[in-house]
Ligand binder design. Structure first.
Ligand SMILES: Nc1ncnc2c1ncn2[C@@H]1O[C@H](COP(=O)(O)OP(=O)(O)OP(=O)(O)O)[C@@H](O)[C@H]1O
Length: 315
């Protein structure tokens, strides 16, 4: 379990993190979303015990990060943003050093090292200095150190940053496999990642928590939720007909790909009606789709509200 209460960090008159409270249970993966400078990394550093809060508190698996630091750090794995420190060490030396710090010994040490090296496919680069590794491998070495002691809670700051699509897929699968009985918080700029791995998402901007919901609940806030989109050979001609269907509030044509989207009036379900109309009128169409909602649009809407922009000054 990870719990923050009224967590706040000020740098002089500037408030980087402003009274953030949330709780994540084992089995949950919380996605931490927010624009650049929102306060994600600062919050994660405070949870990991790398930065002291100005006020508020954090508990990891029941241990207060300030007053029970050793127990809390033992329960937590942390992947900071960027590359691992000690870049002059090779990957094997670095992981061995982390195993020493984590006081892993004997058979357990060997078994844990083998496990993370295998899971993150580090075998080919073990003898290479970390500074000379590709960005993706540096990230994987960072992830390996975070999970080496098999912690109950994990804080991963942009875990898939710099990975190619195959590696992203692997790391997401790894997070999901670890999530079953652990508590995981990840920050990301990649909204598709929220769907791929997160059971819940928190959106922060200007240091404040602005939304805390499941990905599906967030999507339902999108004006695209329940909209129907399709491709037709003559979208301009089809647009007017769609707009006259009962329950349709508006119809738009995407200027880039020419796709038509019909938006429902509040509380209306229009998929069957649109489908029926197209067939009745014998209109040639393809890729008829009921939209779940678009996270990118909800993210933009939430993080560019006037209150958020005002909080950007944060004096
Ligand atoms: N040591 C510091 N002194 C002053 N301001 C700081 C310090 N560290 C961070 N900040 C500021 O606090 C705010 C939050 O930074 P933070 O790194 O937490 O954002 P973030 O959400 O992780 O952004 P990104 O997505 O770009 O990584 C930023 O405006 C940053 O400039």
């Amino acid at each position: 379990m990870i719990e923050t209460q009224q967590l706040t960090k000020r740098y002089g008159r500037f408030t980087a993190v402003d009274c953030i409270s949330f709780r994540v249970e084992p089995g949950q993966v919380l996605g931490f979303l927010g624009p650049n400078g929102a306060g994600k990394s600062t919050t994660m550093k405070m949870i990991a015990g790398f930065l002291a809060p100005t006020s508020g508190s954090v508990k990891v698996c029941g241990f207060d990060v300030q007053t029970q630091a050793i127990e809390a750090k033992r329960a937590l794995g942390y992947l900071p943003e960027g590359a691992p420190s000690y870049g002059e060490m090779n990957a094997r030396q670095f992981l061995s050093f982390v195993a020493d710090v984590r006081q892993l010994g004997g058979e357990k040490r060997r078994q844990r090292l083998d496990d993370v090296i295998g899971r993150l496919q580090l075998e080919p680069v073990l003898e290479q200095p970390i500074d000379t590794l590709s960005k993706g491998f540096r990230r994987r070495v960072g992830l390996a150190q975070a999970i080496l002691h098999d912690p109950q809670a994990l804080i991963l700051d942009e875990p898939t940053d710099g990975l190619d699509p195959n590696q992203k897929h692997e790391v997401r699968a790894l997070i999901q496999s670890m999530a079953r009985d652990r508590t995981i918080v990840i920050s990301t700029h990649i909204l598709e990642e929220v769907h791929a791995v997160c059971t819940r998402a928190v959106i922060i901007a200007g240091g404040r928590l602005l939304a805390d919901a499941t990905p599906t609940e967030l999507e339902a806030r999108s004006r695209y939720h329940g909209a129907v989109s399709l491709t037709a050979s003559n979208p301009v001609a089809v647009k007017d007909g769609l707009a006259r269907i009962d329950g349709v509030a508006a119809v738009e044509i995407d200027p880039q790909d020419g796709r038509l989207t019909a938006f429902p009036k509040s509380g209306q379900k229009i998929f069957e009606r649109v489908d029926g109309y197209l067939r009745e009128q014998k209109i040639a169409f393809s890729e008829l789709q009921l939209e779940q909602g678009r996270l990118d649009e909800v993210f933009r809407q939430i993080t560019t509200q006037p209150a958020t922009v005002a909080a950007g000054g944060r004096a």
